[in-house]
Design a binder for this molecule. Structure first.
Ligand code: TXA
Ligand code: MG
Length: 519
């Protein structure tokens, strides 16, 4: 494979577009809006669209039946739309056009979603390729709209999304909100570019896996190193390539819920609830295993770890293999997890059959691991889904004891993990991080305010202290510091809420339980 070209050089044939629903997708759904002052943008809308517009034209497509019902005038609806467009423009986002259907469903118009009228009009006017385009919305009709024209469907759980979840037709991808929808779109476009440069790439990767090969692939969390779950020899090669001890079981990845039955004996009610909210996504569930799952995969445990990744390339690969794929993170055992393809190629390239490049991982930290084998559920590893969100759905979750005092409570939950080669410590809160004379200290800062002293190197995870951004940058920043031949790296801990728990967990494991002391 020629790796000298960057994927951005490959151009897709037709222009891609993203058709955005308005209420519940870009802004809060507060009923029929009559006045721009009622508009409340979701926090993540602007940034998500900013990233999308670099690769696709943006349109808003909205049903405003309040006009037909006499609840809102056409002028009021137009003013609200104009305000939304103007707000986005002021924040650097260009919406090409707004398509607004003012009719009631019973009027039998041609333009109400899910009828394709507006999308076809846009395709003609702007020379779009609808099969390389996407619809993002919080209503089942948004999914129908996409599927009707062969576009990708992203169903967001904001707005009415949660309420109508069960009515959304299969064929769409369910995501928490606009941010994850945009990440999915960007990952799809990247996957298509890769396929243009290397025609048949995914097919070959799937054939390799079916024939006992081991293939690294992107997920939304970190890159995984996959083998077909029922091929014990291939699974053994994964352990060898990573130099992973065999007592540390693997996570099995599936592309559709129908594959779950091959792996688990039963699906408890709590699992159903969590699956319907968080899959595909960064949540791994530990469930009683089915007899056919090889002991090598589960390290002889009666349970199996399963997750459905939220990455188009991972899902397409597993779908083409036709069977679940067992995959640990694609790094040498105990080392920092890979969040880009080149992180895999360096240390493991010679030992594996293929590395699929899907760009940078959007979540950047591994999945949350939750055991549902007893009551209450037990959090085995904090990760990409915050435990608070899990508890909101299934009630209290037991935590494994904090690192320092814990005996190893699950295989692989080792106190030293994710480790750089450079001595690494977590700052213990004392006033300054002191460097000894001549000592080269690198600082891994959460926010821009930390560690702006006389240090040899510094990486900031998130200028403004955004935990999701920090998680996405964590392993890459750690690697960059690790490559600079420093004497010591000192990391600033992050607030211990939401994704922050997962970040602090990784910092503590990278440090193997040590804290930086003043002086
Ligand atoms: O985000 C992720 O989870 C990534 C991507 C590739 O999906 N995978 C990942 O795998 O982080 P790995 O192997 O680095 O971590 C898997 C963890 C290990 O700590 C292992 O001990 C635990 O999952 N695990 C697997 N099966 C288990 C089981 N049956 N019971 C308890 N822990 C289990
Ligand atoms: Mg909506």
């Amino acid at each position: 494979m020629d790796e000298s070209k960057t994927s951005s050089e490959a151009r897709l044939p037709g222009q891609s577009a993203v058709f955005l629903d308005r209420d519940g997708t870009l802004i809060e759904d507060r009923g029929h809006l009559r006045d721009p002052r009622e508009v409340v943008f979701f926090d993540e809308t602007v940034e998500a669209l900013r990233r999308l517009q670099a690769h696709a034209r943006l349109f808003i497509v909205t049903n405003q039946s309040g006009v037909g019902k006499g609840l809102v005038t056409a002028e009021e609806a137009a003013r609200v739309n104009a305000f939304v467009v103007e707000h986005l423009r002021r924040h650097g986002v260009l919406v090409t056009a707004v398509y607004c259907c003012p009719h009631r469903r019973e009027d039998g118009c041609d333009c109400i979603k899910p009828k394709p009228y507006f999308l076809q009009a846009a395709a003609r006017e702007y020379d779009l390729d609808l099969r390389r385009s996407f619809v993002i919305g919080d209503h089942p009709s948004d999914v129908d709209l996409a599927l009707g024209v062969g576009a990708g469907a992203l169903y967001v759980l904001t707005g009415h999304g949660l309420k109508h979840r069960s009515e959304a037709p299969p064929g769409g991808v369910v995501v928490p909100g606009i941010r994850e929808a945009s990440e999915w779109v960007l990952a799809c476009l990247e996957m298509w570019r890769q396929e243009m440069r290397f025609p048949g790439l995914l097919h070959s990767a799937a054939v390799m896996l079916r024939r006992g090969g081991i293939v690294a692939f992107p997920t939304e969390t970190v890159y995984g190193l996959g083998a077909m779950v029922f091929d014990e020899q291939a699974v053994a090669r994964v352990f060898e390539a990573k130099q992973r001890p065999r007592f540390d079981p693997l996570i099995v990845h599936i592309s559709g819920i129908e594959q779950l039955g091959l792996l688990v004996e039963r699906v408890p009610e709590a699992a159903r609830v969590l699956i319907s909210r968080f899959w595909p996504g960064p949540l791994t569930l530990i469930l009683p295993k089915a007899a056919g799952v090889p002991d090598l995969v589960t390290a002889g445990l009666p349970t199996v770890a399963v997750r459905m990744p939220r990455h188009p390339m991972a899902l397409a690969l597993i779908r083409q293999v036709g069977l679940p794929v067992a995959a640990p993170s694609a790094n040498p055992f105990g080392r920092t997890s890979p969040t880009a393809a080149h992180h895999v190629r360096g240390p493991l390239g010679g030992r594996i059959d293929l590395v699929l490049d899907g760009g940078a991982c959007s979540v950047g930290i591994e999945s949350t691991i939750l055991s549902l084998c007893g009551d209450p559920p037990v959090l085995l590893r904090p990760g990409g889904v915050a435990v608070e969100e899990i508890e909101a759905l299934v009630g209290p979750v037991a935590r494994t004891p904090p690192l320092s005092s814990a005996p190893v409570s699950a295989p692989g939950m080792l106190p030293r993990h994710y480790a750089p080669r450079t001595p690494f410590q977590v700052w213990d809160g004392s006033e300054t991080v002191c460097a000894h004379p001549g000592e080269r200290v690198g600082v891994l800062a959460f926010k821009k305010t930390f560690g702006a002293g006389p240090y040899a190197a510094r990486q900031v995870l998130s200028e403004d202290g955004d935990l999701r951004e920090a998680a996405a940058n964590l392993f890459g920043a750690l690697r960059r510091l690790d490559e600079q031949g420093l004497d010591r790296i000192v990391a600033e801990p992050v607030p211990n809420v939401g994704l922050g728990c997962a970040i602090n967990d990784r910092l503590a494991r990278a440090a193997g339980g040590t804290c930086a002391k003043d002086g």
